[in-house]
Design a protein around this ligand. Sequence first.
Ligand code: GUN
Ligand code: FE
Length: 422
Amino acid sequence: MKIYKANIVYTQHPGSFDVLKGGCVAVEDGRVVGVASDASHFAVPDAEVVDYGDCLLIPAMNDMHVHASQYRNQGIAMDLELLPWLANYTFPEEAKFASLSYADSVYRRFVRDLWRFGTMRCVTFATTHYEGSRRLMQLFQEAGMGALVGKVSMDRNSRPELCESVADSVRHIEALAEEFGDPEGLVRPIVTPRFIPSCTPEMLRACGELARKYNLSVQSHLSENTDEIAFVRKLEPESRNYADAYLRYGLFGQQPTVMAHCVWPEDEELQLLKENGVMVAHCPTSNLNVSSGMAPVRTFLDKGIRVGLGSDISGGHDLSIFRMMAYAVQVSKMYGKYCGGAPFLTLPEVFWIATKSAGSFFGKVGSFEPGYEFDALVIDDSALNYDNYTIVQRIERFIYLGDDRYITHRYCRGVEIPEPKV
Ligand code: GUN
Ligand code: FE
């Protein structure tokens, strides 16, 4: 057993932070045994004690929607809405990933920077290319960080070099499912039809069948942008709505599913999200940058729809899930003002969304309750903590003012993760 001493902050419930000043987290076999105010509580006299002094110890971050393959475009090309943005900037960049050496160089930097910002688990899009997607999985494995990696499936409405046959897509995903076949593995493939406009009905059907056959999770985009939704309505006249189209192809909760955005959900889509246990990846910066709108996150919470946060690089420009929390609160404030008065999100709520709620997609991840995998960050906020701040004020200030320099140690599944090599 190992016992980590520090100021402990986590969220069992969305309403408030659980805080233990000068507390202990006991960890065995990568899992939390319990939290207590004193090490003697665990009655294991030979337990190794790691004392992080006055630092904060919090659950690590989960990024529920991020395009590894768009990392080079981070912070550029913010002048178009979604569909022309994809055609003019995103698809040309993703086409470069036909080169394994290009993929390797971008993906190395991506994995290292996720590490920097304390994101120990992510759900990510690679590209349609098999070799590059496999390399991204290898890099996460070498790093010891958790990732569900999507070799993207696309066979229409893109550049010819990004489109593939259904047979090739199936063959490549099967190869990855077999190579990364350990169901308990930290790195697993995730079935990734890009979105309805990118996939023929045959491709969508094949994706649903693959997910079931290999017991894989599913990710895609849902109801992000009004032009996109109008396009889907044309492409899928027999579906009742965008979510129903995924459902009909076996891609909406038949296997664990995360859908990015849901900025414009119809009532029936909200119902389908809830009934099928589909998680929404809320990506506030992306929704601002590509001018999609503001997602009704309070409605998701009220209806018991699962939610996590996503950076959505490079629609989003910021890889930090901490800053994503602040953006999520800010966007919810504007949503409340301009769209019907819903109460805005609080900081403990977005912390819970980013940790325990998002983490549930990976199993028992995102909390320090007994049985949870020990994914954790040590934060030395002494430079921000120059006055008599409470522990809650310190975590608030770190979220709003801090950055990767304040994160001194990172753990995933109980193992301290060193900086990955670029
Ligand atoms: N919808 C389909 N592809 C994408 C993408 O790459 N980014 C975003 N934000 N939305 C998408
Ligand atoms: Fe996206």
